[in-house]
Ligand binder design. Structure first.
Ligand code: ZN
Length: 373
């Protein structure tokens, strides 16, 4: 039973709910809403379009696919554009009544290893500059996470400063080796951003081998990892390997979706409409125009859960855990979200055996419902 946006009672037997609206979930799974901690866009919009319409459009598109809470993610860009995104976030948050709830901002860049930049704009990639990140953090209280390469000069200080300010530093676009990752983990970098993508594995330097971020994340038991389970970025054997070693408690499924999520294949733009990069969407993924690298996923969250069950052969309850409980804990919102329990926000999704979502409830409000269609 839900009241005032919260779950107040969970029972397998009938409960006295006179006067309440009854939702019949017969034949469906009742699941905690999905929490996407790394997402750039969807429905033809990118958060960096810097319009409230874009924010609301993305929140609504993904709510139709089961996402009830999300952390809008920026790309490496001009500082002025970033500050505008921080401002628009606050405006959009107030207007957002029919989409997934905005839980805070994830900054992706610009403190990355040039060699591992992927689709991030090389013009803006640099080492952490305290003056710059102090200033950016002071502009918005909604920044909750910042992805950076921990081997860069100044990156450990950056990580400590983030933790002191309630921001989660995450390891991303990096060439770090094990010794550097241990130092980073101890400084607060407890999450590996889009695991396997844009990060080091085993490398050789003058004949000697070094463990990279991938091996380090496996070795450090408490390191959390994000997995783009769109079925394209990581093939089934790697999804299985990650699950086998890290377990559902330390994996957050993410879409890392760009604007073409929920849109037909063809040309699209990665990043904001003004300064973005032209990309091509085919084979259910966005690619750089020369097809040499992926340029973001076009997944929606239902697809991630379906892939974990069908491709990685993970039990559904475990896939749901990686979609709700684990990301809630990683982002420290598990006091409110991530499970169906009395006292928690009423973020609930109904779906069938094919993980086809029929109802999405955000904070007790039905924002998507196929009944009567
Ligand atoms: Zn991303």
């Amino acid at each position: 039973m839900i009241d005032n946006g919260r779950i107040i009672n969970v029972s397998k037997t009938d409960i006295d709910a006179r006067g309440a609206q009854v939702i019949d979930a017969r034949g469906k799974y009742v699941s905690p809403g999905f929490i996407d901690i790394h997402i750039h866009g969807g429905g033809g919009h990118d958060f960096m379009d810097n319009t409230t319409e874009a924010f609301l459009g993305i929140a609504e598109l993904h709510a139709r696919h089961g996402t009830t809470a999300m952390f809008p993610t920026t790309l490496t860009c001009e500082k002025a554009d970033l500050l505008e995104t921080l401002r628009i976030y606050e405006e959009a948050d107030k207007l957002n009544i029919s989409g997934a709830q905005l839980m805070g901002i994830h900054l992706e860049g610009p403190f990355f290893a040039m060699n591992q930049r992927g689709a991030q704009d090389p013009r803006f990639i640099r080492d952490p500059d305290p003056e710059e990140y102090h200033d950016i953090l002071s502009r918005s209280k909604f920044i909750k996470r910042w992805s950076a390469a921990p081997e860069l000069k100044g990156a450990i200080d950056f990580g400590r400063y983030m933790v002191q300010n309630g921001v989660l530093p995450a390891i991303a676009h990096t060439d770090a080796i094990y010794e550097e990752v241990i130092g980073a983990f101890n400084a607060g970098y407890t999450l590996a951003t889009h695991f396997y993508s844009a990060m080091s594995g085993v490398t050789r330097r003058n004949a000697f081998r070094y463990a990279g971020v991938v091996e380090s994340a496996y070795l450090i038991d408490d390191m959390d990892v994000e997995v783009i389970a769109d079925g394209v970025h990581l093939p089934a054997p790697l999804l299985k390997l990650i699950y086998k070693i890290k377990g559902s408690a330390h994996i957050a499924l993410i879409t890392d979706a760009m604007r073409a999520a929920g849109m037909p294949p063809g040309e699209s733009i990665l990043g904001g409409l003004k300064n973005g990069t032209k990309v091509i969407v085919e084979d259910a993924v966005a690619k750089m125009p020369d097809r040499s690298a992926f340029a973001g996923s076009v997944a929606t969250f239902d697809r991630l859960v379906r892939n974990m069950v069908q491709l990685a052969e993970v039990p559904l309850s475990e896939a749901v855990r990686m979609a709700s409980e684990a990301p809630a804990r990683i982002m420290k919102i598990d006091d409110r979200k991530g499970s169906i329990e009395p006292g928690k926000d009423a973020d609930i999704v109904l779906f069938d055996d094919h993980i086809s979502v029929s109802t999405t409830i955000v904070n007790g409000k039905i924002v998507y419902n196929t009944y009567g269609d």
